[in-house]
Design a protein around this ligand. Structure first.
Ligand code: GRF
Length: 211
């Protein structure tokens, strides 16, 4: 069982990303608008060129880069990630396009306080190229999943799913845009639920306590 965070203080979070960081931007914007009671203590990336780092710097958020190429194996990279993240004492670790598969040790260390957003309606389309796979399968609906991270890739307990229609002339880009627009609404919403103490993980089941 994970601990319910306190409700008055902003939820302390660390965001991990590898790319553009549009989800990070949405989280920052919700904090600025006071629709999300959280504080981003650090944005951490495995890629020094990730545009998400610039977004963080523009918002005055500390950043760290830990390049996986500098480590001889996944375990030593993950140990350094843990050391770095723990310095900031986060209550929640938010994966927002972090393109590294994490070791079991890392995942178990943060189990119950690390969430991910995945661009498909899991269990459909774990892994990459989800939009293309949904189009190729002729799916009529597609979407996103926000879940706790477990040692099973894209397989942890689901907190929220949102679906979008697949339209007749969709390309993978147009479909990705439609999903991403929903991601930008759903991810801050789930983080706010956690900040308010509405979400609990008990025996790998997500319980939502409605206010
Ligand atoms: C999103 O599609 C998210 O679902 C996936 O990685 C992408 C990150 O996009 N995990 P961005 O960097 O937040 O724009």
């Amino acid at each position: 069982m994970n601990d319910l965070p306190h409700t008055e203080q902003p939820l302390a979070i660390v965001v991990l990303l590898s790319g553009g960081g549009s989800n990070l931007q949405s989280i920052i914007d919700h904090i600025t608008k006071h629709t999300l009671n959280a504080r981003i203590k650090c944005v951490l990336s495995n890629d020094s060129k990730a545009y998400g780092l610039e977004r963080a710097q523009q918002a005055g958020i500390p950043t760290r880069v830990i390049e996986h190429q500098q480590y001889s194996n996944r375990e030593s990279f993950d140990l350094e990630l843990i050391r770095c993240i723990e310095q900031f004492q986060p209550e929640l670790i938010v994966l927002a396009g972090f393109m590294r598969i994490l070791s079991d040790h890392f995942v178990n260390h943060f189990y119950g306080r690390m969430i991910n957003i995945h661009p498909s309606l899991l269990p459909k389309y774990r892994g990459l190229h989800t939009h293309q796979r949904a189009l190729q399968a002729g799916d009529k609906e597609h979407g996103l999943t926000i879940h706790y991270v477990s040692t099973k890739l894209d397989g942890g307990p689901v907190i929220l799913q949102k679906s979008v229609p697949v339209l007749a002339h969709d390309s993978k880009e147009s479909l990705a845009q439609r999903v991403l627009k929903e991601e930008h609404i759903a991810y801050p919403q789930v983080i706010e639920w956690i900040a308010q103490g509405q979400i609990q993980l008990i025996d790998d089941q997500v319980i939502r306590h409605h206010p």
